[in-house]
Design a protein around this ligand. Structure first.
Ligand code: ME8
Length: 639
């Protein structure tokens, strides 16, 4: 039976345009939602915008717009961005929505009636950026830690929520539910904050100062403090108190936020719910910051990165993959475009993209593009643990995904991709193809590889939905979303033999960074090379045409003790004579990928024309051929 799953993002302030930080949180919510759909959960995903308060009023004024005109304009930037990033939210809530306003008033009245909201005069240090009072303890060198500005002293009569009353209850709840706030470091942070006495929370702002907000139901002269208003979106969006969605999804609610808003979510929100007699949410999932040059990305620091720009340059799925793979959920990460390019080229273009195109190319070359049949007898010899590796990857994936450890889940998937690449190296289908008696073996090998790709396409679906669907199409699987269900992925050998496959496509073309210095560029102050050879410029180096080649045949050269004659596939066939016979036998080398200098002038060695040279380390008598970490397409350029 389907289990409900409810995920929310913060509702973003409309005083700034969406940036990479907002995109990360919202993509994470989308990924976890898609994952839960894969395990047959019924899901609901809420995001939206936070539109009241002083900040917004001031931003509107700066643009000569009324607050209403201004919030409509910026809110639509968020709303229109999400489909472009393949975010599949069910609802986009705005705190200016009528229903939300009704719910806020209802809850305020409810808590006021129980006596947990009271009126009092207060003088305190107020940060206009955060729209809240700060205690001395919370300030860093007398300044707001977020805005790095000195707060102003404000004396006002206001309404207060008896938050302090719920301190012991909250500590107890967190201790009894150790994964209520996760990862653990944030649970500890909240508990450490709760070691000090918890002040009551000022939940009103006088209209003499701010008018853009929800009027308190029990005093016309005040509007509601933005946080007390905004947090309630998580239940107003579900139709609290008696909406069907509320009944179904609130008991399983999970929030994602970054650490900047841990206190409102870890302390204000549960105590507000408790005071209103509403069950509290199930998990608060907290991630770190995307930083640029050690500083948090933010509008005020002027270092924001536009997600649309990256998506347009590198492709949506590559962008989504990078964000989720690069950041360990819970820790900070530094955004760097070169790191993005490097991940894209290594993980996507080389590991996954090449595997996919190689396997499909072989299916076309050897079987006319049909899924081959597999032979049960041969299977015993040619499974080589592949099915077990698939099972291991799925198990690790299922362990990490529900914990929001996306990076670990992706590592598990890429380990399996590595196994598939190794499987090609070990089974050498091109050698099997040469021998008619090994046809059955070849069928089984290609079948297993296609089957492995089927599993991969399912596992990458939450992060890269477009790529998953493209792979699915090229593996001849009918376009049906149930294909991505974990149960189906766990079954091995579900591809139908004789299915005709469309011609392969390139999933991820290799890319160059649009900014920054290429990683291979020369650096200043480089030491002289250890060989004592003259220093060269990058131009000398780029004159070399270095390519990856797969050794497809190898035999000794008669009467030459040191020489082997190799046939190397670099996208075309090359014969290379190499002096490595004392370190390698022909069998050692078959199927290996090596690096060759492809534009070396041909030379004759012992009567055999050699069309290139293999790179190797020469360690005394021993020669060690340079190989690659992962398999790539023959002919791939080395730079
Ligand atoms: O706080 N790295 O809205 P907000 C990672 N309206 N995530 C980041 C980020 C960064 N550098 N910058 C922003 C608000 N985020 C309130 C929320 S909820 C009831 C009210 C993401 O526009 C991250 O999710 O300042 C962070 O928590 C959120 O945007 C803050 O968004």
């Amino acid at each position: 039976m389907a289990t409900p799953f409810y995920i929310t993002t913060p509702i973003y302030y409309v005083n700034a345009r969406p940036h990479l930080g907002h995109a990360y949180t919202t993509i994470s919510a989308d990924v976890i939602r898609r994952y839960h759909e894969m395990v047959t959960d019924e899901t609901y995903f809420l995001t939206g915008t936070d539109e009241h308060g002083d900040k917004v009023m001031r931003a509107a004024k700066n643009e000569n717009l009324t607050p209403r005109e201004y919030v409509d304009k910026i809110s639509s930037l968020f709303k229109n961005l999400w489909p472009e990033l393949h975010i599949s939210n069910d609802q986009f809530i705005r705190t200016t929505d009528k229903n939300h306003i009704l719910v806020v008033k209802k809850i305020l009245q409810q808590i006021y009636d129980t006596g947990d909201i009271y009126y009092s005069e207060y003088e305190g240090q107020y940060c206009f950026g955060c729209e809240r009072f700060y205690t001395d303890r919370e300030l860093v060198n007398g300044k707001c830690p977020d805005h790095e500005t000195k707060p102003e002293i404000i004396k006002e009569a206001n309404y207060f929520f008896r938050m302090g009353k719920y301190q012991e209850w909250l500590i107890d709840h967190i201790q009894k539910h150790p994964d209520f706030i996760r990862p653990e470091r944030y649970k500890n942070e909240v508990l450490s904050f709760l070691k000090e006495p918890l002040d009551d929370l000022c939940i009103s702002r006088p209209k003499s100062r701010i008018t853009w907000g929800i009027t308190l139901p029990f005093d016309e002269n005040y509007v509601t403090y933005v946080w007390f208003d905004a947090l309630l979106n998580y239940i107003s969006g579900l139709g609290y108190p008696d909406g069907e969605l509320y009944t179904k999804y609130w008991p399983v609610s999970q929030h994602i936020i970054a650490k900047d808003i841990l206190k409102p979510h870890g302390i204000y929100w549960p105590t507000m719910l408790k005071a209103a007699g509403i069950p509290i949410f199930k998990h608060l999932n907290v991630h770190g910051y995307w930083n640029v040059d050690q500083s948090k990305m933010s509008k005020s620091l002027g270092n924001v990165i536009d997600p649309l720009e990256l998506k347009n340059v590198y492709g949506l799925d590559a962008f989504r993959y990078f964000l989720l793979r690069e950041m360990a959920f819970g820790l900070d990460s530094s955004f760097n475009e070169e790191a993005l390019v490097s991940r894209l080229n290594s993980d996507l273009a080389n590991d996954l993209g090449n595997l996919f195109s190689r396997v499909l190319a072989m299916a076309h070359k050897y079987f006319g593009g049909e899924v081959p049949d597999f032979d049960t007898d041969t299977e015993k010899d040619f499974d080589l643990g592949l099915e077990a590796h698939a099972g291991k990857a799925i198990a690790a994936y299922q362990e990490h995904m529900p914990q929001f450890a996306f990076h670990k889940a992706l590592v598990a998937v890429w380990e399996f991709i590595g196994e598939l690449n190794k499987y090609i190296d070990v089974t050498t289908p091109w050698v099997l193809a040469k021998n008619k008696t090994q046809r059955k073996q070849l069928e089984t090998v290609i079948y297993n590889l296609l089957e492995g790709l089927r599993v991969i396409s399912g596992l990458i679906y939450p992060v890269m939905p477009q790529t998953a669907e493209a792979m699915q199409k090229h593996l001849g699987i009918p376009p049906d979303k149930t294909f991505f269900k974990i149960q189906g992925l766990k079954k091995w050998k579900t591809l139908k033999p004789k299915t005709q496959l469309p011609k392969s496509i390139s999933l991820f073309p290799r890319v160059e960074a649009t900014t920054g210095t290429p990683a291979s560029g020369p650096t200043r102050n480089e030491k002289a090379p250890p060989s004592g050879k003259p220093e060269i410029t990058i131009d000398h180096f780029t004159d070399l045409d270095l390519r990856v080649g797969t050794i497809t045949h190898c035999e000794p050269v008669p009467r030459a003790k040191k020489l082997l004659k190799l046939e190397v596939d670099i996208g075309e066939k090359r014969t290379i004579v190499s002096g490595i016979a004392e370190s390698y036998t022909p069998d050692d080398l078959l199927g290996k990928q090596v690096i060759i200098i492809a534009n070396l002038k041909p030379a004759k060695l012992m009567g055999v024309k050699s069309e290139g040279m293999i790179l190797a380390a020469v360690d005394g008598e021993k020669v060690v051929v340079a190989t690659l970490d992962h398999t790539v397409a023959p002919g791939t350029k080395v730079s």
